[in-house]
Design a protein around this ligand. Structure first.
Ligand code: GFB
Length: 319
């Protein structure tokens, strides 16, 4: 992606730069030639605190904002910490959008999640399915916060003329993910389980639920690429799905990961754990029509992430 000398100097704020998505955005911005990437640690700025966020924006004056900060987690974290997920995410997007409006940020990209769509959505899920039915109960708190974020961007555009755009990524994975055995998403959880089955020599791996739900997995580097693409090429009120267009059952994901990480592992299923949404494949025709498609295959992405994990296992989050 070519950028002008002027754009290369523009201050770009990545909110949530320590997370998997934020760190991928920083890497992608750097390789594109952006020289003035602004980040701030959680210990220095609580993004839930409006006056602190206002002061930070007034002092740092970002021109572009990628809003990738949030309290996130897998199915267990989502279902057992719904109050926290609702509060933190509502607060974070409210403070950042409001400070961006006040300081006249040129453009902002807000990241939601595919869990915003109704549980029984027709597959693949098109953008217009938003608010057409009941949400999946295991992530209702998180989804309601994310829906509020989408609507706030839409209403700020309408009322104040802010160029705020919104993107809904599918299930993501990659370097800097959270590998906590209880609170992570399925892919990092299984990566860790297969790795530990190999290093311990025990070879048994338990998969939560029935294994039949289907999920669409996208490498976070693809997501970051799509975000920069949208920042340059999209300026409308309605949100855009970001995905690969391909999904896989959890059982098949487990067998694929077993073949890559520990072919000797024996897999069993724990039916006492929830399945969550039966399927959530995103319809990516809008993004394709704009001219972007994903390029990292699931096999490549798992191998690359496992490589990263091997080199960073001691510092990986959730270990
Ligand atoms: O990735 P995951 O936690 O979240 O779970 P969701 C996906 C599927 O994998 C579920 C199964 O059917 C899980 O039961 N699974 C099997 C496992 N083994 C494991 C395991 O060891 N750990 C985990 N975590 N799952 C989240 C939402 O839903 O998706 C969030 O809760 C967010 O709101 C995120 O939107 C993208 O895909 O079910």
């Amino acid at each position: 992606m070519e950028i002008s000398a002027e754009l290369a100097e523009a201050p770009v704020f990545v909110a949530g730069h320590n997370g998997m998505v934020g760190s991928a955005l920083v890497r992608r911005l750097e390789t594109s030639g952006f020289k003035n990437i602004l980040t701030v640690d959680r210990s220095a700025l609580d993004l839930r605190d409006q006056s602190a966020v206002n002061d930070w924006f007034a002092a740092n004056r970002p021109s572009y904002v990628y809003l990738a900060a949030g309290t996130v987690g897998g199915i267990f974290a989502n279902s057992t910490r719904q109050g926290e997920f609702l509060y933190d995410n509502l607060m974070i997007h409210s403070t950042v959008l409001e400070a961006s409006r006040k300081t006249k940020v040129e453009k902002l990209l807000y990241l939601g999640s595919s869990c915003i769509y109704p549980r029984e959505s027709p597959q693949p899920i098109a953008e217009d399915q938003l608010l057409r039915g009941r949400l999946e109960p295991t992530n209702e708190g998180y989804a309601i916060a994310k829906i509020a974020g989408i609507k706030m961007c839409e209403f700020y555009r309408k009322q104040y003329g802010c160029d705020f755009i919104t993107a809904m990524p599918t299930n993501l994975y990659g370097p800097n993910d959270n590998f906590d055995p209880e609170h992570s998403h399925v892919l990092p959880a299984l990566l860790r389980k297969f790795h530990e089955s190999k290093t311990s020599g025990d070879n048994s791996v338990t998969i939560w639920g029935s294994g039949s739900p289907k999920r669409e997995f996208m490498h976070v580097d693809d997501l970051a690429d799509a975000c920069l693409f949208l920042m340059q090429n999209y300026s409308e009120a309605t949100h855009v799905n970001i995905g690969t267009g391909v999904d896989i059952s959890i059982a098949d994901l487990a067998y694929l990961m077993r073949s890559i990480i520990n072919p000797k592992a024996e897999v069993s299923f724990d039916a006492s754990m929830p399945d969550g949404m039966p399927r959530k494949l995103l319809d990516v025709s809008k993004l394709s029509a704009l001219g972007w498609k994903s390029s990292v295959t699931l096999e490549e992405g798992i191998a690359q992430t496992y490589d990263w994990f091997g080199q960073n296992v001691d510092q990986a989050r959730g270990i």
